[in-house]
Design a protein around this ligand. Structure first.
Ligand code: NI
Length: 183
């Protein structure tokens, strides 16, 4: 396994739709997933999509720490060809960050309640429901498969800010600011 370099916003691979994975037995796919896992943990993210490491394929990894999901951990999940369907029209806004947009954070509206399905690496079709932060991470990562980075989802660009500036100003006011982990 080796950590890969992460594409930053503007790179061609982050602007285009990624290709469906057709051959789960491709050994290159397993190597890619191993390298993505190492890359995500080394970078301190909670999710990573294959285009972020210059592979235009529909592969996403993520996990959700228990503290961010009402005490229920979502363990490391590898999704191939994921598809999202919102369960209703409810959206919520929260600060997001992205390993491909280093240093910045901004308020992004996302569906609060979704159902999603994907193939696991054994080819089984898995279906899940997600809410809140779990739903947000899945939407953020799957956007990378369609050439979308979070600033393109923002309603109010005035909330786009450098994370360290927000943290410094909040701490100067005696507030604790919690920023979302990156994906
Ligand atoms: Ni991202």
């Amino acid at each position: 396994m080796s950590a890969l370099s992460i594409a930053r916003m503007g790179a061609e691979v982050l602007r285009q739709p990624a290709a469906e994975v057709v051959d789960l037995a491709d050994p290159g796919l397993w190597d890619l997933v191993d390298d993505m896992i190492e890359t995500m943990f080394e970078a301190g993210g909670v999710g990573l999509a294959a285009p972020q490491v210059y592979h235009a394929r529909r592969v996403v990894i993520f996990f959700v720490p228990a503290a961010r999901n009402q005490g229920i951990e979502v363990p490391l999940t590898v999704m191939v060809n994921p598809v999202i369907n919102p369960l209703d029209d409810v959206t919520e806004e929260s600060l997001e960050a992205c390993l491909s947009v280093p240093g910045l954070t901004g308020m992004v509206p996302r569906f609060a309640n979704i159902r999603y399905h994907y193939q696991d690496m054994a080819g089984a079709l898995i279906e899940r429901e997600a809410h809140g932060f779990h739903a947000r991470v899945v939407q953020h990562e799957c956007d990378h498969l369609d050439g979308v980075v979070y600033p393109m989802r923002m309603d109010d660009l005035s909330t786009l800010a450098f994370s360290d500036v927000l943290l410094a100003e909040a701490s100067a006011r005696g507030h604790e600011l919690e920023l979302d982990e990156e994906g």
